[in-house]
Design a protein around this ligand. Structure first.
Ligand SMILES: [Zn+2]
Ligand SMILES: [Zn+2]
Length: 103
């Protein structure tokens, strides 16, 4: 299974977002968290294990590194990506901005 950041923060289900109020959470890598502010399209990939409102998401660079691991432990990758908690709505925005998934 790839990208299982959720297991680390499993206890945390909700966040009080400054923009969106109380929301479920999703995790994004630090590159996405940074790029979303500048509107940079760094790519947007996500895992399928979600016991949170949104699955973990990471950028193109992180995806490359992850693919290169080729099944080896993602522990170091996970630390390197430095996932940050964001609210589900912010996660959707990041997906639209960083991944270019806006309609
Ligand atoms: Zn990244
Ligand atoms: Zn938000």
């Amino acid at each position: 299974m790839k990208g299982s950041a959720a297991r680390v923060k499993r206890r945390m289900k909700n966040v009080n977002c400054l923009s969106h109020g109380e929301q479920g959470i999703g995790l994004v890598c630090k590159h996405i968290a940074f790029a979303v502010d500048s509107g940079e399209r760094v790519g947007f990939f996500w895992g399928d294990d979600a016991d949170t409102a949104r699955p973990d998401a990471w950028c193109r660079e992180c995806e490359k590194t992850l693919v290169a691991l080729n099944g080896r432990s993602t522990e170091g990758w996970f630390q390197e990506a430095a996932f940050e908690v964001c609210c589900a709505m912010c996660w959707d925005e990041a997906k639209a901005i960083c991944g270019g998934f806006a309609n």
